[in-house]
Design a protein around this ligand. Structure first.
Ligand SMILES: CC(=O)N[C@H]1[C@@H](OP(=O)(O)OP(=O)(O)OC[C@H]2O[C@@H](n3ccc(=O)[nH]c3=O)[C@H](O)[C@@H]2O)O[C@H](CO)[C@@H](O)[C@@H]1O[C@H](C)C(=O)N[C@@H](C)C(=O)N[C@H](CCC(=O)O)C(=O)O
Ligand SMILES: Nc1ncnc2c1ncn2[C@@H]1O[C@H](COP(=O)(O)OP(=O)(O)OP(=O)(O)O)[C@@H](O)[C@H]1O
Length: 542
């Protein structure tokens, strides 16, 4: 995910007067009232945003309480940019204000109204779960497109409105006004369907309020994001809140997962179940064979019993594919055509993406950033080699501290060599993050553990350590484009950096095999870096 302007394509909103907005608000929040300059009741509202930097003339500015500040403190800036009113739990002098107790909860519904209730004119598929949201969403989109549908998509990797340029994502699930604009844009461009990744943050922070889902998919649940939710029970409750009849018309749930079984028992929505395990379900993936060429399995569901050959790597992609197939069937799509589309999906950026310069061992970049992902990833990598599994990993700052040591511990149990390095520390001390991961890794005492703060050097070390037949994975950041710390952000794509490290290593190897040029010339060249460090230097590919 990258930081990019949120001044996304603005679809035409259905202008509403403040009186009409107040009326709509009262249906949700009876305490709603309009306070402010006398003329405010007749002011037309053309759009809505919660970011003062994103205000356009005619917007309603939602000034929300946040963790760092209160959005209402930015009301003057919003007014100067053309905001005509404020939605908040506070009043300000400069703008007429629609006051409600919980403006965040009201925002999604209002945004949906202003943009013409776009989710009701589309088939919207929502995917939630700790792991597999992006993969399932991309499989769904590929399937829908192959079935002749025009599809909008929003998730961790990108947002797509059919017929328009794709945009890098800011986060997994955008804030409510951005989602409603994306849905409205999709509808405006003749779209038929939209696929949304729905994070637990989005559910806890009401980002999908106002979105009506035709189908909601639950992939799995394992420990993550406990900094926000407090414990697994609240994390589950956030996920489960998507599967209520007022939100979704059909629930598609993985009963191969313990929390999925609970959800299947608890939801009051019409239900389709799926699994890659032995339990009887409406849809199942069985006889799964995953290797470096792809993933084969038998897919069984109502009217479907056939072999599937995915190009995507890893047995977990069978789970994601059966989830997508079940969802498409529940949504009424042409499943036969959709299956072919999913089989043609060559890769998903940063999800077990292979990096190959002919190096004689397998190298991948993956996005496993919690133990649930590691438990699926690492046994698969082990199955690919009789040599060693080498893992480069770290922990992201300002994210669930509870998972840091666990990431090291799990990796050390399933791998032979770990190189612990920096990810994006954001505002935290990177040394503290490395120590937490390395301590977790050393706790198990099973793998050799090295710590190398510099990410490029860490890649270099891992590549230098790999022997023919080994498997190397850089896990945790996937296709992220930036590495961020208190020193700022720098472009950093693991796939590009790993490719560079592999080439560097191959070149060094090649040079060792050749007669030394310096000897021929009768000169000598230092074999170490400028700084005296004996490790190889890796050029910055960015
Ligand atoms: C915990 C969380 O999700 N926080 C989100 C929340 O922050 P906040 O309420 O603390 O915001 P704040 O900085 O205190 O500001 C308060 C309000 O003032 C507004 N403001 C602020 C400054 C300004 O100049 N003008 C202005 O209008 C802000 O837009 C905000 O509405 O509202 C902000 C405004 O939209 C979000 O940017 C912010 O997301 C943060 C950056 C974030 O990264 N969240 C991550 C953890 C997240 O949402 N992750 C999930 C996926 C997790 C996963 O599955 O891996 C996601 O869906 O991406
Ligand atoms: N069905 C699954 N079960 C367990 N692990 C999975 C599954 N699908 C993917 N993974 C692992 O999780 C990682 C992230 O996958 P993906 O991006 O599809 O999930 P996500 O839920 O979108 O993650 P995020 O919310 O962090 O973006 C993958 O790289 C893989 O290691």
């Amino acid at each position: 995910m990258t930081s990019t302007s949120r001044r996304a394509d603005r679809p035409g909103a259905v202008p509403m007067s403040l009186d009409a907005i107040l009326h709509a608000l009262r249906a949700l929040a009876p305490e709603a009232r309009l306070i402010g300059p006398p003329a405010s009741g007749r002011t037309g509202v053309h759009g809505v945003t919660l970011d003062s930097g994103d205000v356009e003339p005619g917007d309603l500015f939602a000034g929300l309480p946040g963790t760092l500040r209160h959005g209402a403190d930015h009301a003057e800036e919003a007014a100067a940019a053309g905001a005509v009113a404020l939605l908040s739990d506070r009043t300000v002098g400069c703008l007429p204000t629609l006051v409600v107790d919980q403006p965040r909860r009201a925002l999604g519904f209002l945004a949906s109204r202003l943009y013409g209730d776009p989710s009701r004119a589309l088939s919207v598929y929502g995917v939630t779960g700790t792991n597999g949201k992006t993969s399932t969403a991309h499989l769904l989109a590929a399937g829908l497109e192959a079935a002749g549908r025009r599809v909008g998509l929003a998730g961790s990797l990108e947002t797509r409105v059919p017929g328009r340029a794709r945009r890098p994502a800011v986060r997994t699930t955008a804030e409510a006004p951005v989602i409603q604009r994306l849905l409205a844009g999709t509808r405006q461009e003749g779209g038929t369907d939209a696929v949304l990744e729905v994070s637990s943050h989005a559910l806890a922070l009401s980002r999908v309020n106002g979105t009506r889902f035709r189908v909601a998919v639950f992939t799995n649940l394992s420990p993550d994001h406990l900094d926000l939710h407090g414990d697994l029970e609240h994390y589950y409750a956030a996920k489960a809140s998507l599967f209520t009849p007022d939100r979704c018309a059909h629930a598609v749930v993985n009963i191969g997962d313990a929390h999925g079984r609970r959800l299947a028992a608890e939801t009051r929505c019409p239900l389709t179940t799926f699994t890659s395990g032995p339990e009887p379900a409406d849809w199942s993936a069985c006889d799964i064979h995953a290797d470096v060429g792809g993933t084969r399995f038998r897919l069984r569901g109502p009217g479907v019993d056939r072999e599937v050959r995915l190009l995507l790597l890893g047995p977990h992609q069978a789970d994601n594919m059966v989830a997508a197939a079940a969802a498409l069937a529940a949504g009424g799509a042409d499943v036969t055509a959709a299956l072919r589309g999913m089989e043609h999906l060559a890769s998903i950026p940063g999800r077990l993406e292979r990096v190959d310069v002919g190096q004689g061992f397998l190298a991948f970049v993956d996005f496993a950033h919690n133990t649930g992902g590691q438990h699926r990833l690492l046994p698969f990598l082990r199955s690919l080699t009789s040599g060693r599994v080498i893992v480069v990993l770290g922990a992201t700052g300002e994210r669930d501290p509870a998972k840091r040591a666990a990431l090291g511990d799990t990796a050390a149990r399933d791998a032979d060599l770990l190189i612990v390095t920096d990810e994006s520390a954001h505002g935290e001390d990177p040394a503290m993050l490395r120590t937490a991961v390395a301590n977790g890794a050393r706790r198990s005492g099973q793998a050799e553990v090295h710590v190398e703060p510099d990410r490029r050097h860490a890649f270099s070390l891992a590549v230098s350590a790999a022997r023919p037949g080994d498997v190397l994975v850089v896990a945790g950041r996937g296709a992220d484009q930036e590495q961020t710390s208190t020193r700022g952000s720098r472009p950093f794509d693991d796939r590009v950096a790993l490719h560079a490290a592999l080439l560097q290593h191959a070149a060094a190897h090649h040079a060792r095999e050749q007669p030394p040029r310096q000897a021929l010339l009768g000169t000598s060249t230092p074999s170490t870096r400028d700084d005296g460090d004996p490790r190889p230097t890796v050029e910055d590919p960015a």
